[in-house]
Each structure stands twice: as C-alpha cells, then as structure tokens.
Design a protein around this ligand. Structure first.
Ligand code: ADP
Length: 502
C-alpha cells in the first residue's frame, strides 16, 4: 500500500483531535474528543494526563475507523499541543504522579512574584529564555509538583521521574516509553531552556531547583521522534514532527521567512511573526520564542529560527459578550451583517480592556470603555466598533513587532473562528495597510504538525512545495488611503488613553 497520508494529533486545551491530510496537504477528515478541565481551587487549572492520552488515542482510532484508512497507508504522524502545560510521570510505570498543571493555572503566581524580586533574576530569565517571567510557563509548575507531591523530590533526585509538556507525554506513551523527547518550540516555553545556546540552562535549573535528569532530550521540530508502539491502536508509524500549537500554526500558514506573520482570531488573538535566525529582543513586552523550522536541505541540524509572539486577551470573547451579556446578537456571524449595514461607527470606539491592557501597553488596571456615544448611535455602530477593536488591537501588536524587529510585514495570514468575518478581515487589511490572506485550509495548527512530519518523511520535498499547496481562499487588500488610516489609528489610541488607569 502506498503511504500517502499524514496524521496530525492536535492536543488542545479543550479537545484532543486527529486530522488526516492527503499528499496534497488537504484535510480529508477530523475526529475530536472533548477534554475535561479540572478546577481544584479558584485560579487553578488541571487536566488528567491519562485522559489527555485516552482522548487523543480515541480521536485517532475514530479517525481511522471513520475514513477506513489502513495504518499501512499512513506515512507518518505529527504532534502539536497546548503549550506550557506540565506533566511528571514515573519512568518505570509510566504513571503520572499527579494531574497536569494547565498553562492557565495561576497557583505559582505568588512564587514567581517572590522569585523575581531578587535583583537581576527577571532580567536573567528574559535574556536567556526570551520570556516575560510568569507563572504561565512550565518552570514554576514543575517546581510546584516536586515540592508538593509526596515523595516527588526524592524520586526526582534519584532519576526515577520524567518531566514533559504534553507533546513529550504523548511521545512517551505512543512509543511505549522508548522516547523521552520534546522539540525546541515546546522547550522554549518551559522557561528552563536557553533559546540562544539551544540547551537546558544550568542556572535556570538551579533557580527553579529542578534536577536536570527530569528533562527530555530536545530535537528539531521536523525529524525523527521514534515509532508508534501501541499494540491494538497503532504500531510502526514514524512520528516525524512536533511543535507547540502557535508555532505549528505559523508553520502551517507557510510563514517560513523572516517578516511573515500570522494571526489566529479565536477567543483571544495569537500573533506570531517569523524573525528568521535572529532572536529579536522586544522593547514592547512581546515574547521571543523559537519557531518551527523545516529540515535543512543537506540533512544537518537546521539553524534555529525565531519568532516574536504577542496576544490580544479579548477578541472573540468580546463578540460573545455582545451576544450573552448585551444580547445584541444571537449568533457571532450576525456581527458582519450589522457592521456592513452602517457606513462607519459614528465615531464610536470600543476598547475591551476587561482584564487590563496587554502588549504593548501593559496596564493591568485599565478597564474597558465604549466612547464617542451620541443619541444617533445604534446597536449596529457599537457592533461595528467592537469588530474594529479586534483589528486595532492586532495592529498595535503587529506594529510593535515591526518596530522591535525592524522588519515590515508584507502580508498577514489569518485563521481561527473569527477569520470567517469578511468585514473584520477587510478592516484589518485597511488598518494594517497590507494584504490579509485567508487560506483555503484554516486548520493551520494541525497543518503545521502534518507539514513538519511530512517534510521529514519525504511526503513533501521542500517548504516551496508546501507554499504551492497552501492556497489562499481570499486575499483582502487595503482599500483606504494612508491619511485616513493614520487618522483612525490616532483616534483608537485616544480611546486607549481614556481607558488607562493613570
Ligand atoms: P477558540 O479556539 O479560542 O475557542 P475559535 O477559533 O473556535 O476560538 O473561535 C471562536 C471565537 O470566534 C468566538 O469567541 C466567537 O465569538 C468568534 N467568532 C466566531 N464566528 C465569528 C464571526 N463570524 N464573526 C466574529 N467573531 C466570530
């Protein structure tokens, strides 16, 4: 049988999915299982690692059954995953010693605050890892497990435990405990990895009191990660690609070159810009992270590539708020009709700083506003202003990325639930002054893992071949002139000033 399919396992925060791709990079079918969120205390978020595995295997089995594909037709697997979520298990029994601590979990926030009070610590972390010191990343979660789970520290010191992010846990389980590895994109989110030297960092391991023996081997995102060894489910399939979800989406959008960027419009927005071989240090509070790269053409280790990353906290969540709290709409799709039913917002701006303002403003005490109201303002104007705020917030981040990196974004690739909104995409192109490209396949996260695996397995020969396969469904070009763009951006920034805490 010809090995003509690639499967991506997409282990996300709320679901585990398996996505089947054919040799043209087209999605053939998707199977999905929901994943339970466990909230033991306010602010704490956990998952059951066994359930992460069983839902992932369940989705994979369902995909094979539904499509009638023989495992012998599958050339390779790729894995993409929710990032930073931390799991520790016993090497002997392969049993997790406690639940996975989720990326959103805030239990270690007081610890991180205390830790970074010491002079030079925050700067050292930033310098080595490219991250803003925070409880979000794996390091403090791992330390918490070692300090709070009975017997954990002793077992760790005796080398009996293994640590991993979700990719590492799945690799371990899929290969029957043969492989304890991660890829460099996931490693770059642990806050224990020096993104410049490309290795676990002794000083950081010491700072967080983590024995080095816990850490997985770090491999390039596209290459060998072992072979599946799950009798009854899948045996003998090579695993050839691994990347954290956002880096996977950047790769899946074919943003292979410096200056190429993508934006995922979901509950929040996730923006990444490829900066090539340069780890750009941000002056705007953005994160510097490792990007997934294609295998090098001469078979050697590829040169590390980097990206700048930022996020909009409230994006699709604002649309949900319009629907659930204000009851302006019944369905998110109605926002497009409302926005297009009026010529402009009549000067209304919505700044959804529900939980403060993120990069590049960093004002946690700011709160949301709707401003510019007159008696002529109707519901449709406010809805239009709300959609515009998604684009304005994204613009602020993209401009910060351009400023920090000295590069110009030529085109923005888009995906995520809200990218179907044509008004929003056109407005984004207008405010950015560059093309906004919505691909035919908006399953970018899964596509990235499939592309990384397929490149290593020889299904595709080069990134250029992938670019050919990755076709745009619609390209939105700017339709306004520069002076009007500058005027609108200036008005938005006046609205931002009005909602700031000081
Ligand atoms: P997530 O993965 O973060 O849960 P999705 O990528 O599934 O999010 O996108 C869902 C979000 O997109 C929701 O917040 C929803 O309000 C928003 N959304 C969905 N469709 C539209 C639309 N047509 N216009 C604007 N927003 C939309």
């Amino acid at each position: 049988m010809t090995k003509r399919f690639v499967i991506a396992l997409d282990q996300g925060t709320t679901s585990s999915r398996a996505v089947l791709f054919d040799g043209n990079g087209k999605v053939v079918d998707i199977a999905s299982r929901p994943l339970r969120q466990i909230y033991p205390q306010p602010g704490w978020v956990e998952h059951d690692p066994i359930e992460i595995l069983s839902t992932q295997l369940g989705a994979l089995t369902e995909l094979l059954v539904a499509t009638g594909i023989e495992p012998a037709e599958v050339a390779c697997l790729g894995i993409t995953n929710q990032r930073e979520t931390t799991i520790v298990w016993d090497r002997e029994t392969s049993q997790p010693i406690t639940n996975a601590i989720g990326w959103q979990c805030r239990r270690t926030a007081p610890f991180m605050e205390e830790l970074t009070k010491a002079s030079g610590v925050a700067e050292m972390i930033r310098e080595k890892t490219g991250l803003v010191p925070d409880a979000y990343f794996s390091a403090s979660k791992l330390r918490w497990i070692l300090d709070n789970i009975e017997g954990a520290r002793e077992a760790a010191e005796e080398g009996r435990l293994a640590f991993g992010t979700v990719d590492t846990w799945l690799l371990w389980a899929l290969t029957g405990g043969e492989v304890h590895a991660t890829d460099s994109t996931n490693a770059s989110r642990t806050m224990l990895y020096d993104i410049h030297r490309g290795c676990w960092d002794e000083e950081l391991l010491e700072l967080f009191d983590i024995p080095a023996s816990l850490c997985p081997e770090v491999r390039p995102s596209s290459g060998s990660f072992g072979t599946t060894n799950r009798p009854g489910v899948l045996t003998g399939i090579p695993i050839c690609g691994v990347a954290g979800d956002q880096q996977s989406a950047l790769f899946g959008q074919c943003c292979f070159s410096s200056g190429e960027a993508k934006n995922t419009y979901g509950t929040g927005c996730f923006l990444l810009m490829n900066t090539g071989n340069e780890a750009v240090r941000s002056e705007s509070g953005l994160i510097t992270t490792i990007a997934a790269s294609a295998p090098s053409s001469n078979g050697g280790t590829p040169k590390t590539e980097y990206a700048l990353e930022g996020s909009v906290f409230v994006a699709g969540a604002l649309i949900q708020w319009l629907r659930d709290q204000l009851e302006f709409i019944e369905d998110a799709a109605e926002t497009e009709i409302h926005a297009q039913s009026v010529d402009d917002t009549l000067g209304v701006y919505v700044v959804p700083a529900f939980t403060g303002l993120g990069a590049p403003w960093w004002d946690p005490d700011a709160r949301g506003i709707i401003c510019g109201l007159t008696s002529a303002v109707q519901k449709s104007h406010i809805i239009r202003a709300a959609l515009e705020s998604l684009a304005f917030q994204s613009c602020d981040l993209l401009h910060a990325m351009e400023h920090d990196s000295g590069r110009t974004i030529e085109a923005l690739s888009v995906d995520g639930g809200a990218c179907v909104n044509n008004f929003l995409m056109q407005f984004q192109a207008d405010m950015l002054g560059c093309a906004v490209v919505r691909p035919e396949n908006v399953e970018s996260t899964a596509a990235g893992a499939a592309y990384l695996a397929g490149l290593a397995a020889g299904i595709w020969n080069s990134p250029d071949e992938l670019r050919e396969l990755h076709r745009p469904e619609h390209t939105f070009l700017p339709e306004i002139d520069e002076s009007f763009r500058q005027e609108r951006l200036a008005q938005w920034h006046r609205a931002i000033q009005r909602c700031r805490s000081n």
